[in-house]
Design a protein around this ligand. Structure first.
Ligand code: BGC
Length: 357
């Protein structure tokens, strides 16, 4: 390895149609983990892990140029907000007012709307936090943007530590009450992006309940236990066997098993593994739930950065977030940020059986 200290390098990544310049940041933990992130949509474009045998694998789907990200794609690696997932019927009611939203996934509102955080150019700073170089992206979402109330100041920071963890921290403040649930929409394939589907990889989720949807994936406002059902991932399961047992083969919003005194604590949520290489990724989060998405929308028509088509189930999203159904049904969790409060969440993707001290 040429680098002995963690670093972040920045370089130009092309221009948006309005002329603004995007940048690409390469984070390196100096022991075999590196990550490329652009300030357009906060997209993680690559996440390279050095496996125990010294070979390198890029475990996230995506493109190597801005142009492809400006075209249609299913949120590869993006920050999603203001609310990740579907708001049923594309509207909500808060503090005596109705808020209509774009039904960009009719009849629902999906991933913050057509001009969501994934389509914004974020301000970028390289800072040092706890001695680790950190990429800090900031964005001011103005009152009324995509139909949501309040001027919302959001910061998302990314760092790689020597424990081989990608740490994503979300921070926000608002001047009016607003629903808020931010996530990252990376599609993971531990055998390498473009290597085919994830059927031979395994998944475990520490969850007893899911949010019920209909076949349009509209959240119906209730929970159901997973025990005895096809969406019970409490034991490690081969994805090729598990996916056909999921509604629409899609994946559900799982509530993370968490005791009351563990509120806001970073807990292990899911473990994904590739038995062929031994690489294991543990997802930890302070959020209440994780939306599993098996990349049903991919059909081979998008070609990834290594020139290979992304086929159905070419990756797996583990979107740590609040349940968006909480906008209508408070029993599904907390999702409203109010003035004077601080939104403060962390999600960690930790790699083991990889090269690192
Ligand atoms: C949703 C899917 C959707 C995908 C891409 C996921 O978070 O659960 O239903 O197709 O994002 O938009």
């Amino acid at each position: 390895m040429s680098n002995t200290t963690a670093s972040i390098h920045r370089r130009p990544f092309g221009n948006l149609p309005d002329g603004r310049a995007a940048e690409l940041f390469t984070l390196n933990n100096a022991c075999g983990l590196s990550c490329d992130i652009t300030n357009y949509g906060g997209i993680i474009t690559a996440l390279r892990v050095t496996r125990a045998d010294g070979s390198e694998v890029d475990v996230v789907l995506g493109f190597d140029n801005l142009q492809d990200y400006l075209g249609p794609h299913p949120y590869f690696g993006t920050i999603v907000g203001r609310v990740a997932g579907r708001i049923s019927d594309a509207k909500f009611h808060l503090e005596g007012r109705d808020y209509p939203l774009a039904a960009n996934d009719a009849p629902n509102h999906l991933h913050g709307g057509p001009g969501g955080f994934d389509k914004q150019l974020w301000d970028a700073d390289v800072v040092e936090k706890d001695g680790i170089p950190t990429l800090q992206l900031s964005y001011l979402s103005r009152d009324g943007e995509e139909g949501y109330p309040g001027n919302l100041r959001v910061k998302v920071s990314y760092s790689l530590n020597r424990k081989n963890e990608l740490v994503i921290h979300y921070d926000a403040e608002t001047d009016k009450a607003t629903p808020l649930s931010l996530t990252n929409h990376s599609y993971f394939n531990l055998a390498g992006e473009g290597s085919g589907d994830v059927n031979d990889q395994w998944l475990q989720i520490f969850s007893d309940e899911i949010a019920i949807t209909d076949t349009a994936m509209t959240l119906l406002g209730t929970k159901a236990p997973v025990a005895g059902n096809g969406n019970d991932f409490n034991k490690l399961r081969r994805l090729g066997d598990a996916i056909p047992q999921l509604l629409n083969h899609h994946g559900d919003n799982h509530f993370i098993r968490r005791q009351a005194h563990e509120k806001g604590k970073l807990l292990a949520t899911a473990v994904m593994s590739d038995p062929a290489s031994g690489l294991v990724m543990t997802t930890l989060t302070t959020q209440d739930s994780v939306q599993i998405f098996t990349a049903t929308v991919l059909d081979g028509s998008l070609t990834g950065k290594s020139g290979k088509p992304y086929i159905k189930h070419a990756g797996m999203c583990l979107e740590c977030q609040a349940c968006p159904g909480a906008v209508h049904t408070p029993e599904l969790g907390e999702i409203i940020l109010r003035p004077g409060e601080r939104y403060d969440h962390t999600t960690v993707y930790a790699f083991s059986n990889a090269l690192c001290p």
